[in-house]
Design a protein around this ligand. Structure first.
Ligand code: FMN
Length: 311
């Protein structure tokens, strides 16, 4: 039903990509996504390649469906990361947070499909020139590390789609069939979900973070560090509120105790990377339900729009 360039390129049934997320995008979450017919992604941004190797090995036991790996370039500590990814037999890589010229040729020469994450039109054109197979176009309402010159998905996605010919995965604000149908109308052929995937049963992070997403209103995230890249979109907490207008310190320093937040559930020990779409998430759900509902509702909505306006 969803046949397009991205389902063909990635060998998936449902054009939904689970976002790469340090420590979270591991086998438990990624295999559930792949088994649901979408694209699970394993992170490498934690920098712990020994643990990542184990996660990739686990994937072979947990799913026979395709999955991919993220190389978040700003966090690469081991320059042999490309060899590492290729050796693991991975077929799809999302590169992010860096220059697309660094790894694209090497990855493509090894036969992999490469998508690059971009936050501006200029970055999109640079990635296309570098030879990527596709783009992840990410608006500033999305969770995690961001460009300080923030542009929303609603402006960025149709802009980039009107200027490039490669297939696009839309990221930042996607959560359900309503938003997925909108992404298609704006020029994407898939959506990537980060914050929605944090608040799933299979997400390995502490229940307190999941429940904080469920409790959040649409105004309960904040973009920190506009003065000292990378900027980052995080949940409002006492700690992040105090940093909102602070231009003297670097918010990255507040990530030092992230393990206590991610796995200990102390929401004020670090910053909880999350997108504004937290305000539209009302329950923690199994991955298969999130993906199944989203796909079905998207098709129903597209069909209803067709019947209303085009019949
Ligand atoms: C907890 C968290 C960690 C993230 N870590 C990464 C990462 O390691 N690499 C990356 O490319 N993007 C990362 N992102 C951004 C996501 O890949 C994704 O594009 C974003 O979450 C999409 O917006 P959404 O949160 O509205 O779904 C992260 C996002 C979150 C919420």
């Amino acid at each position: 039903m969803f046949k397009n360039r991205i389902t063909d390129l990635l060998g998936i049934e449902i054009p939904i990509v689970q976002a790469p997320m340090g420590y979270i995008a591991r086998a438990q979450l990624a295999s559930a996504v792949s088994n649901a017919g979408a694209m699970g992604i394993i992170e490498t941004s934690s920098g712990d390649l020994a643990a990542i190797r184990e996660e990739i090995t686990k994937m072979a036991d947990l799913t026979d469906r395709p999955f991919g790996v993220n190389i978040a370039q700003a966090f690469v500590r081991d320059p042999s990361i490309v060899e590492f990814v290729v050796e693991q037999g991975v077929r799809f890589v999302i590169t992010s947070a860096g220059d697309p010229r660094t790894y694209t040729t090497q990855l493509k020469d090894a036969g992999l499909t490469v998508f690059h994450v971009i936050p501006t039109l200029r970055a999109a054109q640079k990635a296309v020139d570098a030879g990527v197979d596709g783009l992840v176009v990410e608006g500033s309402e999305g969770g995690g590390f961001k460009n300080p010159s923030d542009v929303s998905t609603m402006v960025l996605l149709p802009l980039v789609a009107s200027k490039v010919d490669v297939p696009i995965v839309a990221a930042g604000g996607f959560v359900d069939g309503r938003t997925m149908a909108a992404a298609f109308a704006l020029g994407a052929e898939a959506v990537q979900m980060g914050t929605r995937m944090v608040a799933t049963v299979e997400s390995p992070i502490h229940e307190n973070w999941k429940q904080a997403i469920v409790a959040a209103r649409e105004t309960d995230t904040v973009l920190l560090n506009r003065h000292a890249a990378p900027s980052l979109r995080v949940l409002r907490t006492e700690r992040s509120n105090a940093l909102e207008f602070d231009v003297t310190s670097n918010a990255m320093e507040h990530m030092a105790r992230h393990q206590e937040l991610y796995f200990g559930g102390d929401m004020d020990s670090a910053l909880a990377l999350s997108g504004a779409v937290a305000g539209r998430i009302n329950s923690v759900e199994p991955v298969a339900k999130v993906i199944g509902d989203c796909a079905r509702d998207c098709l129903e909505r597209l069909s209803a729009l067709h019947d209303q306006y085009l019949k």
